[in-house]
Structures are given as structure tokens and as C-alpha cells.
Design a protein around this ligand. Structure first.
Ligand code: FES
Length: 577
């Protein structure tokens, strides 16, 4: 990073397209004029690519066309030339088998969009879960100046005088419907009232978690991550981001200048203080990998044990993102844990984290707690290991019934999602409140795409008895808006022969969160015999992107990045002939 020296126009990437002698540059200028721009619009100016993940298949991003215009306004004001570039949108709700399966596709697409075109700096418009890591991974690998504009959370939901949180309250009332305590008409009321506006899920789900992480990594303007999507302040933040990216280009401030090991430690600490989404672990590992930084799962556990959970937000707590924003947002929360942060890390606004937090205030100390009144003294997320998860698994210990923190029970095994869906409510299942529900073949390769199936439903017979939580284990992920005693991301996954594949009905499974342990209570000889008898399932794909995914995706503990995209090896700039 260099804030005192400035680049010359001739040093910009775009100058190679526009200002070199010869016919090729003339053609580039001619085709820019075809867009209706004259020399005074673009000549001698940095080209700012606005990567927009707007799509009508992504309801959370329905406002991003407007925001792109507002970013452009800022770019023009600062003397840049804005160019909007649409990219794959990963609508979490609609994409099957999972949006996760396409995170790496967006990362690859956005990186190559930036590389192949005359772009000097990028403004990244995303928010719905996987778009955030996808765009950050792209910008980190491309490593040209970039600033992230998070889509912002939607307004809080309402039904029958009750406040509804995205996901969290849908799961809750769905369980009540199955238990018979509400009826179909009630549930339609929930359906009508839970998603009221543009914006991302307004619980502390994956979108809110990843936006906060992007802010603490220094990739957004300070305070940007929690501004409600439909608040006029969100538009102003977009314009300010447009102004700022032009300056970042002249100063040549690039993502890898900001994404240091200390910045990633700050991000993990923030994740824990938020009681944030388990998905963030996978994404952080992948994002750090693009900056050449190893993030072992144990680092998450180390920082978890020293970080209190301070955000009283669903699903771990009570409130929603709107409450949190007006209570002071991320800056106010981080101010509470300053001793746990490296305050020298820098942000796209040119200031250090410490400088950006200097005047942060809490306006509601029930929403943003102090360490003295923390929701949990430590460890919102816990990394587990043992003979059932040699390469790790995670559990959101902040959002589960505490009786499962230490639990031993007999397994009920589902070989895949369809098996689970067909049998979960079958009275012959024989489930008790102490049973351990095991879902196999739901991981990166097995499902495929590691969908958010990890919050297995409670069997109906138990719901009717008042049971609302059970120990559940899978190699799937779980929505950040979900809750419950769900062990997730078991690695290696069952589909590739991980120990989860060897579990049978009735086997005893032992979880001890304090000891970070997940064990199949079975002697080694029996495990070895089952392994010898195990045969791999048939492949899911014979061609296309699915085959690319299957051939190259890593396991959960490695961030599920593609082997050929991971790492920080330089990629060649295109020749311009
Ligand atoms: Fe888009 Fe939750 S579905 S953020």
C-alpha cells in the first residue's frame, strides 16, 4: 500500500488497452464510443469495473441495479470511468443442488472478468451468502484495487404481532406446524411476512456474518456491513464506495495489502464475537488461501476460546440486524473486544482498524453486549476432532440446547437426504430424545455441493412430545440462520470414505464440546473391518461443471476451493495484440 505516491495513467492496466499506439487501441476506443462515451468520459481515467450480482433469481439482490447506478455516480464524481459487468448471481434459495456448489464458479468468473478486460479497480456488489466469498476470492486472486459493497440486510419480518427472523423463525414455525401447535393458515402468514424487502437475511446468518467479516478484513467502508438494504444510508455508502475506489487505484492499494494473517485473525475473532455462521469457517479458509495464508481449523478454536459472544442476534440470541445496526453495528461491537484485535490492520478507507473504531458507540447494550454481560463467555463455534472426524467438524455451541454439550447416544443412520426425507417421520424409526441422527453423503462430493442439510428435522413423534433439539451429525453445512445441536462439516466426508460412512444404526456416538471431541464408540478392529468392506458410491456427473467440481473440489477443512484456483501463485496478464 502506498498513500503518498500515486500511479501515473500510463501505469494503469487500462492504458494498455486505450493508450498504446496502433490499431488495437483505436478499436478499443471506437467500441467505447459505441457505448456512447466520448474521450472526455474515459480518456486518462481509471476504469472501474462494477461486478454486479443482480438477478431476478436472487431476491436478496433486487436493489443492486440501483446500487450500481449509485456506485457509478461516485466513480464519475471522483474522476473515474465506471463500467458495469454482470456476473453469476448465487441466489441461496433457488440454486440447486446448492449455491455453495457455484461459489467457485463465481470466483473463477469474476476473476477472469477482471483479468480479461481493461479494468483498473473493482467494486464488488454482493451479499447473498456465497456471493461474498466468491467475489472476495476473485478480487484477492486478481489482486487489483477492490472495494466491497455489501447488499445489506432486509427489514425485520412480521406476523401476528411477532417479529420474524429469516430462516430462524421459518424453521421454528415449521417445527410448530409439524407438531400441530399452529395451522397451515398461520404458516402462510409466516411465509407472507418473513421477507419484506430487498436485502439479505436479517438474522446473523451467513450473509450478515460474511458482510461483517468483509468489513473487518478492511474490504468495505467502515460501518457498511449492517446498513439495511433499503435505508438511504445504503445508497450513500454505495456512492462513497464509488468515490473511494478511484483513489485506491491511484494509490495502488490492493486486496493482498489488506488481507494479512493478522486481518484474518481479526475476522475469526469477529466471527466468534458475533456467534456467526458456521459457513464462515469454510469461506474464510478459502479466502485466506487465495492470499497465500493457511488457516487451519485449530486457529478458529484457539481464537474461539478467548472470544465472548456479544451479538444478541438470532439464531444465537434475540434481535435482528436492523436492531444491531441502530445499536451501533459492527464498529460498536468491535470496540468491546479491542484487546483481542490487531488494531493496526488497514481498511480501504486508508485508516487503521483502531482509527476506524475510535468513536464507535453502543446505543443499546442489550443488543450489543459487553464482555461482562456476554451471551456466552467464549466459543460461539467449536471445532471437534476424534475418530469420527479426523480432519475436523464444527458445532455452533452458542445456538443449541446445553444438555447436548456432553452427550452419548445411539445412532440412527440415513444413507442420504432422500433416505432421511422418506423415514424421518416413520414411527418405526424408534427415535428417542437421546438418539443421534446421522446423515451420510451430504458433503462437498456426496450431496453434491455440500448443501445446508445439517439441521436434520426432528422426528414428528418427538416434536409432539415437546422435543425441539437433538444431536445431529453430518458432512453437510447448515444455514447460518439455523440452530440446534448439529455437528457439521465432518471431514473427510462419507462419500470419499470418511469414518462417517462406517456408522451403523445403534452405534454409540459421544460428543464432548468442552473436550473438542466427537467419537464413534467402537474398537479400532471393527472400524478397520467396516472400512475394508466399504465401496465408494457411483459418481454423480459424467460431464460439465459438475464433473469439474467433483474432480477438483477440496474437503471442508480446506475451504472447498478448487485445487487449481487455490493459492497465491501469480496468473499471467493477457497479451494485447
Ligand atoms: Fe439471500 Fe439469505 S437467502 S441472504
Amino acid at each position: 500500500m502506498n498513500e503518498t505516491t500515486r500511479k501515473q495513467y500510463s501505469e494503469l492496466r487500462s492504458a494498455r488497452w486505450y493508450a498504446a499506439p496502433g490499431l488495437r487501441s483505436s478499436t478499443h476506443r471506437s467500441r467505447t464510443k459505441q457505448l456512447g462515451y466520448g474521450d472526455e468520459d474515459y480518456a486518462g481515467k481509471p476504469v472501474i469495473g462494477i461486478i454486479n450480482t443482480w438477478s431476478e433469481m436472487n431476491s436478496c439482490h433486487r436493489h443492486l441495479r440501483d446500487r450500481a447506478e449509485e456506485v457509478k455516480r461516485g466513480v464519475w464524481q471522483a474522476g473515474g470511468f465506471p463500467v458495469e459487468m454482470p456476473a453469476t448471481s448465487l441466489g441461496e434459495i433457488f440454486m440447486k443442488p446448492s449455491a455453495m456448489m457455484y461459489r467457485n464458479l463465481l470466483a473463477m468468473e469474476a476473476e477472469e472478468l477482471l483479468r480479461a478486460n481493461p479494468v483498473d479497480g473493482a467494486v464488488l456488489l454482493g451479499g447473498c451468502d456465497k456471493t461474498v466469498p466468491g467475489l472476495v476470492m476473485a478480487a484477492t486472486s486478481m489482486n487489483i484495487p477492490a472495494i466491497f459493497v455489501p447488499a445489506g440486510p432486509m427489514l425485520r419480518g412480521n406476523w401476528a404481532g411477532k417479529t420474524l427472523g429469516s430462516g430462524t423463525d421459518v424453521w421454528k414455525y415449521w417445527a410448530e406446524l409439524r407438531a400441530g401447535t399452529i395451522d397451515e393458515a398461520d404458516f402462510i402468514g409466516v411465509e407472507d411476512g418473513v421477507a419484506r424487502s430487498a436485502g439479505t437475511c436479517m438474522t446473523m446468518g451467513t450473509a450478515s456474518t460474511m458482510a461483517a467479516i468483509t468489513e473487518v478484513l478492511g474490504l468495505t467502508l467502515p460501518g457498511a456491513s449492517s446498513i439495511p438494504a433499503v435505508d438511504s444510508g445504503h445508497s450513500r455508502m454505495a456512492s462513497e464506495s464509488g468515490r473511494r475506489i478511484v483513489e485506491l487505484v491511484w494509490q495502488d492499494v490492493k486486496p493482498r495489502d489488506l488481507l494479512t494473517p493478522a486481518a484474518f485473525d481479526n475476522a475469526i475473532t469477529t466471527l466468534m464475537a458475533l456467534g456467526g455462521s458456521t459457513n464462515a469457517i469454510i469461506h474464510l479458509v478459502a479466502m485466506a488461501g487465495r492470499a497465500g495464508i493457511e488457516l487451519p481449523l485449530d486457529r478458529f478454536d484457539e481464537l474461539s476460546t478467548q472470544t465472548p459472544v456479544l451479538a444478541n442476534l438470532r439464531p444465537s440470541g434475540k434481535y435482528l440486524m436492523e436492531d444491531y445496526h441502530y445499536a451501533g453495528g459492527l464498529r460498536a461491537l468491535l470496540r468491546q473486544i479491542l484487546p483481542l484485535l490487531d488494531t493496526g490492520c488497514r481498511s480501504v478507507n486508508g485508516m487503521t482498524l483502531g482509527e476506524n473504531l475510535a468513536d464507535a458507540e453502543i446505543f443499546n447494550d442489550d443488543v450489543i453486549r459487553s464482555p461482562a454481560s456476554a451471551l456466552q463467555a467464549e466459543g460461539g463455534l467449536t471445532v471437534l476432532r476424534g475418530n469420527l472426524a479426523p480432519d475436523g467438524a464444527v458445532i455452533k455451541s452458542a445456538a443449541m440446547e446445553t444438555r447436548f454439550l456432553k452427550h452419548r447416544g445411539p445412532a440412527i443412520v440415513f444413507r442420504d437426504y432422500d433416505d432421511m426425507a422418506a423415514r424421518i417421520d416413520d414411527p418405526a424409526l424408534g427415535a428417542t430424545a437421546d438418539s443421534v441422527l446421522v446423515l451420510q453423503n451430504a458433503g462437498p462430493q456426496g450431496a453434491p455441493g455440500m448443501p445446508e442439510w445439517g439441521q436434520l428435522p426432528i422426528p414428528k413423534s418427538l416434536l409432539e412430545q415437546g422435543v425441539r433439539d437433538m444431536l445431529r451429525i453430518s458432512d453437510a453445512r447448515m444455514s447460518g440462520t439455523s440452530y440446534g445441536a448439529c455437528v457439521l462439516h465432518v471431514a473427510p466426508e462419507s462419500y470419499v470414505g470418511g469414518p462417517l460412512a462406517l456408522v451403523r444404526d445403534g452405534d454409540l456416538i459421544e460428543l464432548d464440546v468442552a473436550a473438542r471431541s466427537l467419537r464413534l464408540v467402537l474398537d479400532d478392529a471393527e472400524i478397520a473391518a467396516r472400512r475394508a468392506a466399504w465401496t465408494p458410491p457411483p459418481p454423480h456427473y459424467e460431464r460439465g461443471y459438475g464433473l469439474l467440481w467433483a474432480d477438483h473440489v477440496g474437503q471442508a477443512d480446506r475451504g472447498c476451493d478448487f485445487d487449481f484456483l487455490a493459492g497465491d501463485a501469480p496468473t499471467k496478464e493477457p497479451e494485447i495484440h
